[in-house]
Design a protein around this ligand. Structure first.
Ligand code: SAH
Ligand code: SF4
Ligand code: F3S
Length: 436
């Protein structure tokens, strides 16, 4: 029997696409290759945002080359680099057999078959804005109890640093009926937690219904009987009071919001085309904490956007202090060719960025610990994910606020909920004991 391996880079959207790639290959009769063995088909699902994704792809494909010749392994490269570079990838990596785009996922099994019969590489990359939402491909979930559910693909926001609108196309939403049908099916299949995915979930439905319908969708999904609902990502400019109210009202919706700030400086925010100010953002945060005092708030931050001065960076630090984040992904600005920011003047030298970045990381860590300490002594409902990598008698799970919790337990509770008394809080995790 033929074997496959999928290597995934990038965001949750890509993780979900990889589950669908695996699902389609299994439907064609392939089996996942055992760890450490070279598969007959290796699929790279790539990203062009995350640090070093290009270098890692080049390194990994090159290191497969000699084995590929011996074994006849098929190498397929898709995702965002496949979409961005298309056939041009073959100039630097002629070992590749199949290049496919973000919009050609459903065709991958056929493209692999075509490559086996063809002496030449097969390339299929379409305009990512063409066609409808591709729904209902088979999916092979990483965990039986959790599912990623895309509610929209693409992005219309064109933040000036970001490549995503170019490689994922315009925003296209899935119908409410289609999302509800999938979540209902997943719940019947044992899924207890879904994460609704979109580059900007807050504009969900605008293309289909004329105005956003995310709050309504949360109500619809909650009515399916699924136990936990998460979602990402929320653009601050589009987060509505209806959505805040739905979050506060629906017990299924986790009290966790990922709300990317990017920068706290109004000048930089304008240059980024984010369409909110620091004051808008902090007013929104105040409304959120008022509606949900126990909300866990996380964010994305970019240091060193072109033209960022020390004063601009101080505004980011001030906003981070004021927003009381539970965690943040911190990025060093890196130019993406084809985006407006890549050719802006005043690119900030690495030597200036690094000390700012280090100060920001320290501030985020302090904030995370400050948010975790008051949880000591509380009881949290935890969805367990499995045993700790370091110690099999330690179980790991997550609270509704998406915080990692470790407890000692003689039995593996993976996939089930239990109440945990929190006994200790660290920056990135909590320790507790099971309440029987
Ligand atoms: N649609 C989501 C995710 C976008 S990509 C959103 O709007 O939040 C995830 C994160 O990568 C972004 O939030 C941003 O912080 C970071 N990012 C994107 N492009 C970047 C670049 N060129 N340099 C540094 N960080 C970048
Ligand atoms: Fe990129 Fe901005 Fe769209 Fe997010 S909202 S995907 S950062 S363009
Ligand atoms: Fe990367 Fe593409 Fe996601 S560029 S962050 S994998 S949408």
């Amino acid at each position: 029997m033929k074997t496959y391996e999928v290597r995934t880079f990038g965001c949750q959207m890509n993780k979900h696409d990889s589950e669908r790639i695996a699902g389609m290959l299994v439907a064609r009769g392939l089996v996942e290759s055992p760890a450490g063995e070279l598969a007959d088909v290796v699929v790279f699902n790539t990203c062009c945002v995350r640090e070093n994704a290009d270098e890692r792809l080049y390194g990994q494909v090159s290191s497969l080359s000699s084995l590929r010749r011996e074994r006849g392994t098929v190498i397929a490269v898709g995702g965002c680099i496949g979409q961005r570079d298309g056939a041009a990838l073959l100039r630097t990596l002629p070992q590749i057999d199949v290049v496919f785009g973000t919009h050609n996922l459903a065709r991958l099994p056929d493209l692999i078959d075509a490559a086996v019969d063809s002496p030449r590489p097969v390339v299929e990359v379409e305009d990512p804005s063409d066609g409808d939402f591709t729904s209902n491909l088979p999916s092979r979930r990483e965990h039986p109890w959790h599912a990623w559910v895309p509610i929209a693909v693409g992005c219309d926001n064109f933040c000036t640093y970001c490549i995503v609108p170019y490689v994922r196309g315009r925003e296209r939403s899935r119908t409410r009926e289609d999302v509800v049908a999938e979540v209902t099916r997943l719940a019947a299949d044992g899924v207890v937690e879904v994460t609704l995915l979109g580059q900007n979930v807050n504009s969900y439905g605008r293309d289909l219904y004329g105005d956003p319908r995310f709050a309504e969708l949360l109500h619809d999904v909650a009515a399916t009987g699924i136990e936990r609902i998460r979602f990402m990502t929320s653009h601050p400019k589009d987060l509505s009071d209806e959505t805040i109210a739905a979050m506060a009202q629906l017990p299924q919706v986790c009290r966790h919001l990922h709300l990317p700030l990017q920068s706290g400086s109004d000048r930089i925010l304008a240059a980024m085309n984010r369409r909110y100010t620091q004051a808008d953002y902090l007013a929104l945060v105040a409304r959120l904490y008022e509606a949900m005092p126990d909300l866990a708030l996380t964010t994305d931050l970019i240091v060193g956007f072109p033209g960022e001065t020390e004063a601009d960076f101080e505004e980011t630090m001030n906003t981070v202090r004021a927003a009381s984040y539970d965690a943040a992904f911190t990025f060093i600005y890196s130019p993406r060719s084809g985006t407006p920011a890549a050719t802006m003047p005043d690119q900030v030298p690495k030597g200036v960025i690094q000390p700012r970045f280090d100060r920001l990381v320290a501030e985020v860590q302090a904030s995370a610990l400050t948010k975790n300490l008051p949880l000591v002594g509380t009881v949290q409902r935890v969805l367990f994910e499995g045993t700790s990598k370091r110690d099999a008698s330690v179980l790991t799970g997550r609270t509704a606020g998406n915080k990692v919790v470790h407890v000692r337990s003689p039995v593996d509770l993976a996939g089930s909920f239990a109440d945990v008394l929190i006994e200790d809080a660290q920056t990135w995790f909590l320790l507790g004991s099971l309440i029987s």
